[in-house]
Design a protein around this ligand. Structure first.
Ligand SMILES: *[C@@H]1O[C@H](CO)[C@@H](O)[C@H](O)[C@H]1NC(C)=O
Ligand SMILES: *[C@@H]1O[C@H](CO)[C@@H](O)[C@H](O)[C@H]1NC(C)=O
Ligand SMILES: [Zn+2]
Length: 403
């Protein structure tokens, strides 16, 4: 830990000496230096450190008991314990949703901001809105795409929601065990495949953007574009064509802060082919809007369509990556500073890392020089000291101070 703080100061001082303009840069570099240091410590230390990422939140894990299931092809949330019988993937080890323990997420500076294109649709373009008995689904044209943040391009197919009831929350994912009121899923498929159906069976086939919905003080005009039509599609299988609007408005303004993991569809057939993005910023709906969402639709039994969420699944050996630093006091991403500053900060993550490695190497060289100096000093002491040689020693000490 002594080395840690030394590295810390070294990186900080050197950053200032290099004429870095903003104090934000300094903090970044210090954090980067700390990360490098922790990495080195981890590499040096425990070789069997893999257990650190073992699952912990299997409280609600499905027990796939061998009891006889109902065996019909039409699935329901009541029979979710038996999905695995008709749809084997539902009993897999890469299932969604999951609980996300923020303290176990891994900061990954390579996770760039999500970029969307074509999400703003003109009112004259009509979209199908449908009650499919499990959720309300808005079909999206293929012109909508994720063009940044993922390694490949993904085209939009549809979006839908998961919710609870008047008395209970109903998001699918949970954060530190906390369930949110509702959750939106915008489903995309990898554009290297010809269709959603082809893509959904491949490991890199699907990308789902998810955000949590909470009750806030104001009506949300974007969600209203969907909610105002729900009364027309109360029964299962009913649909209506609604005017296009800016679909991006259904997602947070901040697309930089998110969590990422590999998982599955949360409904049968539960294919384990979804790269999940869960935004840190939550969406706000008015109390009335949330009531409309949970009270209007009916399911295939003609009962209120409510609590259409799947319990959290075992994490097994998966990791959840974070595009932002969860431990840093400076970044509670809920309250945002100016966007310009944020952009600046996130782009300096990379430079900070490079500098940290550089200073780490310099530090190592200095330490080595110091070691050599001591060794030399010792061997000289065993011989007889000569004034000429002490000059050499002096030079070595100088080298250390300038590194
Ligand atoms: C997801 O799976 C891909 C392919 O196996 C792998 O390269 C990637 O590291 C995984 N991502 C995470 C967050 O584990
Ligand atoms: C957002 O990030 C903060 C800071 O790490 C965390 O406390 C909060 O639970 C996160 N919320 C979501 C929805 O990810
Ligand atoms: Zn969903």
């Amino acid at each position: 830990m002594a080395e840690e703080s030394q590295l810390h100061h070294r990186a900080g001082r050197q950053g200032a000496a290099a004429g870095s303009p903003a104090p934000a840069h300094l903090l970044e570099m210090r954090r980067a230096a700390l990360r490098v240091c922790l990495l080195v410590l981890a590499a040096l230390g425990r070789p069997g450190a893999g257990s650190e990422h073992d699952e912990e939140h299997d409280g609600e894990d499905l027990s796939h008991s061998p009891e006889k299931g109902p065996g019909h092809s039409h699935w329901s949330y009541e029979e979710r314990e038996h999905w695995g019988e008709d749809y084997p993937d539902c009993a897999g080890t890469l299932q969604s949703p999951i609980n996300i323990d923020m303290s176990r997420t891994i900061f990954s500076p390579q996770l760039r901001p999500i970029q969307l294109s074509g999400y703003s649709l003109p009112a004259k373009e009509k979209l199908r809105l449908r009650n499919n008995g499990h959720t309300v689904q808005l079909d999206l044209p293929e012109s909508l795409a994720i063009t940044g943040g993922y390694a490949q391009q993904y085209r939009a197919v549809q979006l839908h929601l998961h919710w609870g009831s008047l008395s209970g929350r109903g998001s699918e994912h949970t954060i530190n065990g906390h369930r949110f009121a509702a959750e939106i899923h915008v489903v995309h498929y990898n554009s290297k495949y010809d269709s959603f159906n082809e893509a959904m069976v491949h490991p890199d086939g699907l990308a789902v953007l998810a955000a949590f919905l909470e009750v806030g003080p104001r009506e949300n005009p974007y969600y209203q574009e969907i909610l105002e039509h729900l009364y027309k599609i109360q029964g299962e299988g009913e649909e209506v064509w609604v005017p296009g609007f800016n679909i991006e408005g259904l997602l947070p303004a901040n697309l930089k802060f998110y969590l990422h993991y590999n998982g599955s569809l949360t409904t049968p057939p539960c294919y384990q082919t979804v790269k999940w993005t869960i935004f840190n910023q939550t969406m706000l709906l008015s109390h009335d809007q949330m009531s409309t969402l949970v009270m209007t639709l009916r399911n295939d039994d003609n009962k209120p369509l409510q609590n259409n969420y799947r319990p959290v699944q075992g994490l097994h050996r998966r990791q959840v990556l974070s595009s932002f630093q969860t431990t840093a006091k400076q970044l509670p991403p809920g309250n945002e500073g100016s966007t310009a500053t944020e952009g600046h900060t996130s782009s300096s993550f990379h430079a900070g890392d490079v500098l940290a490695v550089l200073f780490g190497v310099l530090f190592a060289i200095t330490a080595l020089a110091f070691l050599l100096y001591i060794l030399k000093h010792r061997s000289q002491n065993t011989r007889l000291d000569s004034p000429g040689k002490s000059k050499v020693i002096y030079t070595a000490a100088t080298t250390e101070n300038t590194a």
